[in-house]
Design a protein around this ligand. Structure first.
Ligand SMILES: [Cu+2]
Length: 319
C-alpha cells in the first residue's frame, strides 16, 4: 500500500498542476472576452441586461465579473471534490494513509479566500462609491414625493428643501405619473415620503433607494444614457395598494426635455407637455404600465384620503 501510494503521488502532482493550468487558461480566456459578451452568453446571470444609466453599466460589469469569479472558484472546488471522491473512494477494509496537517496547504487555503474577498471588496467599494457620488452642481434636480399609494415628481430650481418647485407631476387613481428626464445630464433625486417608507425603483437603472418620511431626505444621482420608456415601482411593502404604486420614467433627448420643461413651466399639464414633444394620443400616457383595478368600491379596506393608481378607486386630485 505504502509503495503504491508513493508511486501514485508524482502522477497526482502532475494532475494537480494540470488542473491549475486549466484554471489559469480559463481565467485568461474569460479576461480576453468582454464583460458584455459573457453576459450575453449566459443570460446576464439573472440581471436586467440593458442598464439605462452610466451607474447601471458599472454595476452590471461588477455583477458579471463577480459571478464569473465565483464560478471559476466553484468549478475548481467542485473539481477537487469529485476528484477526491473518485480517487480516494473506499477500495477495501484497509485504512488509507493517515496524515496530519500540511502547513503549506493550510496557509494556502487561508490566504486564497482572504485574497478573493479582498479583491471583491475592493471593486465593490469602488463601484459603490461611484454610484453614490453626488456632484456639486447637478444639471437637474427632481424631488420624489412618495405617498400611499402614488408618486409626485417635483422639478426643482435648486438643491435642498428650500428650493422651489417649477413643475410638478402627481399620479392619480386613473393616470400613471410620468417622470420625464433627459439623457446625458447629471440628475439629482431628493426623496421624501408623506407617510410610510416607500422605495423608488426603476429596474433598468439597476437601482432602488428607500423613500423615508420625516426629515431624512435620501439623495442619489444618475446620468441616463438610453432614451425610452421604463416602468418604475415602489419596492418597499407599504400597505394595501403597494403593488399598484407605479410610475413611468420617460427618457428623452436634452432638447426635448427642455421643450417639455418649458411647456410645463408655462402651465401645461404632464400630458400637454408630452404632446409638445411629440407624444400625442395614447403616447401621452404611460405605455409600460397601466392603472390597476383596485376594486375599492367592493371592499371595506379603504383608507381615507389615499390614492392608488387604480381605476375605480376614490379619486383625488391629479395633474
Ligand atoms: Cu410604496
Amino acid at each position: 500500500m505504502g509503495a503504491k501510494s508513493s508511486a501514485v503521488r508524482p502522477r497526482s502532482a502532475v494532475r494537480f498542476a494540470g488542473l491549475g493550468l486549466g484554471g489559469s487558461a480559463l481565467l485568461l480566456l474569460l479576461s480576453g472576452c468582454s464583460v458584455n459578451g459573457i453576459g450575453d452568453a449566459f443570460s446576464h446571470f439573472g440581471w436586467p441586461s440593458n442598464g439605462i444609466s452610466l451607474q447601471a453599466h458599472r454595476m452590471y460589469d461588477l455583477w458579471i465579473a463577480s459571478v464569473v469569479a465565483a464560478l471559476v472558484v466553484g468549478i475548481f472546488v467542485w473539481g477537487l471534490i469529485f476528484w477526491c471522491i473518485i480517487r480516494y473512494r473506499k477500495r477495501g477494509d484497509e485504512l488509507p494513509v493517515q496524515t496530519r496537517f500540511n502547513m503549506p496547504m493550510e496557509v494556502l487555503y487561508t490566504v486564497t479566500p482572504v485574497l478573493i474577498v479582498a479583491v471583491l471588496f475592493y471593486y465593490t467599494a469602488v463601484v459603490q462609491t461611484d454610484v453614490d457620488k453626488l456632484s456639486k452642481n447637478p444639471d437637474q434636480v427632481v424631488e420624489v414625493v412618495a405617498f400611499k399609494w402614488n408618486w409626485q415628481f417635483n422639478y426643482r430650481d435648486g438643491l435642498g428643501e428650500d428650493a422651489n418647485t417649477v413643475a410638478s407631476t402627481v399620479g392619480s387613481s386613473d393616470v400613471i405619473p410620468l417622470l420625464v428626464l433627459p439623457t446625458g445630464e447629471k440628475i439629482r433625486f431628493e426623496e421624501t415620503s408623506k407617510d410610510v417608507i416607500h422605495s423608488f425603483w426603476v429596474p433598468e437603472m439597476l437601482f432602488k433607494r428607500d423613500v423615508f418620511p420625516g426629515n431624512v431626505r435620501n439623495q442619489f444621482e444618475v446620468t441616463l444614457d438610453r432614451e425610452g420608456r421604463y416602468v418604475g415601482r415602489c419596492a418597499e411593502l407599504c400597505g394595501t395598494y403597494h403593488a399598484f404604486m407605479q410610475f413611468e420614467l420617460v427618457v428623452v433627448s436634452p432638447d426635448k426635455f427642455d421643450q417639455y420643461l418649458t411647456a410645463r413651466k408655462n402651465g401645461a399639464t404632464t400630458q400637454e407637455g408630452m404632446a409638445a414633444i411629440g407624444y400625442t394620443g395614447d403616447q401621452a400616457y404611460a405605455t409600460t404600465t397601466k392603472p390597476f383595478d383596485t376594486r375599492r368600491q367592493n371592499h371595506s379596506w379603504n383608507q381615507t384620503n389615499s390614492v392608488a393608481s387604480g381605476a375605480g378607486a376614490v379619486t383625488t386630485a391629479g395633474k
